[in-house]
Unconditional design. Structure first.
Length: 709
């Protein structure tokens, strides 16, 4: 890895000089703290003569270098906002105006009112921010569909896996709180939240130490809408559509604000009648001959999502506030009658036709209670405390009939069976944070967090309601207790007018106990996880950044505990209690110039977790389970940029790619696999008259590695 580090450090070695002239910089935001992009910032001397002028970038940041010391005035203007004049006295080489708030204001031009609007995409050193309300294609969808359209994100619906910049083990947060679901359960939850409730998506590829060390792929933080306006206000929406089958839904949001109290809530539902059909073709060479199969699954699904939330915010004093809310959500997914037909050919085909018919139900209930309080000790120091209780209750009953036919389509074998899976989750999370600006231009945050989880998974397979089949393999009960205690320190500040650094360290103590019918495992890991970024300001709105981080992927509950049948009785999706945690180290270098962004990175995983199918000779089953690879190295790049053809036509492009090298052990032999990958996202946004907008977007995705047998 030293060679890779050295290569990237060479990029940082040019233009290391320090300017002796004064530089003024700051950030433009609105009353809600949202960045105001591309505003005009002009400096005038005491005689009101022009001295210098710059344009703020898409994140609202501006930098005006090479100014003489003394008194001058700053004039700031942007369409949709009231202009502002700020007198300043420059006496230092570095003059930070911090956040400058502009008031929104409608401007009437020939009966046309123009107001400020957020840009759809913005980039920071460690993340990409998507303002959902600025995307026309976000209307009428849900969070999962939004993520599928987002740059650098892939939602693999076959494997129920999210990837960010080609990396797996991505953690999902909603309003800063982690969603403790995995796989299909996580996808179902994300599908249950309508897109009209989403304010923004943050795709954080380099999470700071304030986030859990878990998640080598990064973090997706979803911010939902909430109004703090005074008086009573609300929003009501309905939607309907028809794809292969009908779908409809509606939502209501409300807010009631007084001087010191604010009550808010929402309720929504979406009903979706759809098809989740699939077709799988396979051609497998065995020593005894060839087995070919053509499998088609007819799956008419009904999906119903219900969610509600009620909360209240108190301003206890001018410096203290309290926020309490509770929520409930239900996702109901059902297949009244699915049918999977498999046609076999080849020299070793046992029966030409295999039919599996089933009725399936998957219902997930989520309850959440959250308590948050914050206190501003001084103008530069604040304290906050959070407690969250999260409960999930998942039920998954299914009924199957399995039939085998000969070449004359005569029934040869028939069996029926029933499976039942019940999984209650309980999470308690405590968190405390203190942030302070210890001295000018330097901010430090410290915090502590405790997370306690208990999960019970009960699974049974029975034949016509009789005794369980294959105890401890198909029918089992698994109990998991997990405790994580963590403390962290983050810092951010300026070394000179050209250099800024940020970083931190998080120390975590992880204790896991898992017991099932066959065996048990206890695992404890304690270690620090550092992060560090240094940024070099090369010129106007041009910066070079170098960062390093360490994170961990711990096997999830579904990786460790058994599940149930997938597609046919010869194939079992199950857990592997022996999976070990994986440590990831990543080094990346990024370059930004205004709204242009580019990045190269190298990452190394010492024990990546991935699917490795295995054949159980005793039961003649194909087991689909997770296991640790021997090693993984990945080299990647990312490029994003906008282009404005006209004042009403904006175009955005995002290109991401990587080359991955895996080493894995299959039947005691080491295999080496190389996998190149590239994805290209293109979006064209047209601003039309009378508040109408139109977006056309598309994505190209190259082939990717799925698994090895």
């Amino acid at each position: 890895m030293l060679r890779e580090i050295g290569s990237l450090l060479i990029v940082m070695s040019f233009q290391f000089y320090v300017s002796g002239q004064s530089t003024v910089y700051g950030r433009l935001i609105d009353a809600e703290g949202v960045a105001i992009p591309f505003a005009n910032v002009v400096v005038h001397d005491p005689d009101d003569s022009f001295v210098a002028g710059e344009l703020a970038d898409e994140n609202g940041n501006f930098t005006i270098p090479n100014l003489e010391k003394g008194i001058c005035s700053l004039y700031i203007s942007s369409i949709g906002y009231a202009s502002k004049t700020i007198p300043i006295d420059i006496q230092e080489e570095q003059f930070d105006l911090d956040n400058i708030v502009l008031d929104q204001q409608g401007i009437t031009l020939d009966q046309l009112t123009i107001s400020g609007q957020k840009v759809p995409f913005s980039r920071k050193v460690d993340r990409t921010i998507i303002n959902v309300s600025s995307l026309p294609t976000a209307a009428g969808s849900n969070i999962l569909e939004l993520l599928e359209k987002s740059p650098t994100v892939r939602a693999e619906r076959v494997t129920n896996q999210l990837t960010l910049m080609g990396r797996t083990n991505v953690k999902v947060f909603v309003n800063g709180k982690q969603i403790r679901l995995e796989g299909a359960d996580l996808f179902q939850y994300l599908s249950s939240i309508p897109s009209n409730q989403v304010e923004s998506l943050e795709l954080i590829h380099n999470p700071p130490a304030s986030y859990d060390a878990e998640g080598t792929g990064g973090v997706i933080d979803i911010t939902l809408k909430r109004s703090d306006s005074k008086g009573f206000n609300g929003q009501f929406s309905i939607n309907a559509g028809y794809g292969e089958r009908p779908k409809y839904g509606g939502a209501v949001l409300f807010n009631y604000g007084l001087d010191a109290i604010n009550i808010y809530g929402d309720a929504s539902t979406n009903q979706d009648y759809t098809f989740q059909n699939s077709r799988i073709l396979s051609d497998i060479q065995f020593d005894a001959g060839v087995l070919q199969s053509d499998q088609f699954s007819y799956r008419p699904a009904y999906i119903a999502n219900y969610s509600s939330k009620l909360g209240v915010t108190f301003d206890i004093t001018e410096a203290s506030s309290l926020d309490i809310f509770g929520s409930f959500a239900r996702r109901h997914w059902a297949l009244d009658h699915s049918k999977t037909e498999t046609f076999y050919t080849g020299s070793i085909s046992p029966f030409p036709i295999d039919v599996l018919e089933g009725c399936e139900l998957n219902q997930t209930d989520q309850s959440n209670f959250s308590f948050h309080t914050s206190h501003k000790i001084t103008n530069a120091t604040s304290l906050s405390f959070d407690y969250d209780y999260i409960n999930f209750d998942i039920e998954n009953p299914t009924d199957y009939i399995w039939q085998q036919f000969n070449k004359e389509n005569e029934l040869q074998n028939e069996s029926s069976f029933h499976t039942m899976k019940e999984t209650p989750f309980d999470f308690h999370v405590f968190k405390m944070d203190i942030s302070s600006e210890v001295f000018e231009n330097w901010e430090i945050e410290v915090g502590a967090k405790a997370s306690v989880a208990e999960i019970l998974n009960s699974m049974t397979l029975s034949n016509n309601g009789a005794d369980p089949i294959l105890e401890n393999l198909f029918s089992d009960q698994t109990h998991l207790e997990e405790k994580i205690y963590a403390g962290y320190l983050t810092f951010e500040g300026s070394l000179t007018t050209k250099y800024t650094i940020s970083g931190g360290v998080r120390y975590e103590d992880y204790d896991l106990i898992l017991v099932n019918g066959l065996e048990g495992v206890q695992r404890r890991i304690s270690r620090p996880f550092p992060t560090f970024t240094i940024s070099r300001q090369i010129g106007e709105n041009i910066a070079l950044n170098l960062s390093y981080r360490e994170r961990i992927s711990r096997p999830g509950f579904q990786d460790l505990a058994p599940a149930f049948f997938f597609l046919n009785p010869n194939t079992l999706l199950t857990g592997n209690i022996q999976i070990l945690p994986n440590l990831n180290r990543t080094l990346e270098c990024s370059f930004t110039k205004g709204a242009w962004f580019s990045k190269v990175y190298f990452s190394h995983d010492n024990a990546p977790i991935a699917g490795i199918p295995q054949r159980n000779q005793e039961s003649s089953l194909l087991l689909l389970l997770g296991a640790n690879f021997e090693d993984r190295k990945q080299y990647g790049f990312s490029l994003g940029f906008p282009y404005s053809f006209t004042s009403f036509w904006e175009s955005r492009y995002s290109i991401d790619g990587f080359w991955r090298r895996d080493e894995l052990k299959v039947e005691k032999e080491i295999m080496t696999l190389s996998n190149p990958f590239v994805s290209i996202d293109i979006s064209q946004i047209f601003s039309l008259k009378k508040d109408w907008s139109l977006e056309a977007s598309g994505r190209y995705i190259s082939n990717g590695y799925a698994g090895t047998l």
